[in-house]
Design a protein around this ligand. Sequence first.
Ligand SMILES: Nc1ncnc2c1ncn2[C@@H]1O[C@H](COP(=O)(O)OP(=O)(O)OP(=O)(O)O)[C@@H](O)[C@H]1O
Length: 264
Amino acid sequence: MRTHPIIQVQQVSQRFNTRSGEFLALDNVSFDIHAGETLSLIGHSGCGKSTLLNLIAGLTRPTSGGLLCNNREIDGPGPERGVVFQNHSLLPWLTTYDNVALAVRQVFRGEMSKAEMHEWIMHNLDLVQMSHAWNKRPHEISGGMKQRVGIARALAMKPAVLLMDEPFGALDALTRAHLQDAVMEIQQRLRTTIVLITHDVDEAVLLSDRVMMMTNGPAATVGEIMDVALERPRSRVALAEDAQYQRYRQQVLQFLYEKQPKAA
Ligand SMILES: Nc1ncnc2c1ncn2[C@@H]1O[C@H](COP(=O)(O)OP(=O)(O)OP(=O)(O)O)[C@@H](O)[C@H]1O
């Protein structure tokens, strides 16, 4: 898939001031994200994946270089870039419905009627199969369910780009698989652009149109970008036996453990 770039990361470097002096986390990172694609960022711990995602989210600004979303400079967070973190970040005193409603009101106040908002909130809870738990508070539902609501909340803002920082990292393997399938299905239905940080090679290959492998820090940058030309919809069971899937997997493993081994 090659469409226009929705996000452009141009010669981005990020330095941090630390007690022991300046630390160059990202060095001259450039790449495009195409509309409608799922792009995974993979690399060893500390290579700068979250730093890069925070820059795309507009939560931080780069030391040098620039980032564009739909050809406009990213100079802060915006509803066209929804973020899902590893730990759901739902407000604990609000029901799942009200957690989503808060985001919807923020973006669509004055644009949707109350009835339309209600319908839209329920529609998004439905997308992640959580409408039955609309009146539960976060402590009353499982980790996987909280993560689903976090995804519904992000989707409800109709973001052009969904930025996901290890969204399935804290879940058990089965819940993770269910949620990965749900995200793939939603992505296919809505054609949302997804940027996904992961440590999981299988997750990266299964979900992505491209996998961006990052070199180790300090001064981390783009190592390789691999196209994943597997047909959709994808089935994890069928792909487990697929030779091409195994080759993609192998290419990422080689990058991580032979080309960029992490010092012990
Ligand atoms: N605010 C900050 N101040 C100083 N150093 C920072 C700051 N944020 C990140 N770093 C450093 O920048 C580097 C990249 O961090 P980052 O969290 O982006 O890595 P990551 O690839 O997301 O790691 P992980 O996979 O473990 O989540 C690390 O060495 C980290 O210590």
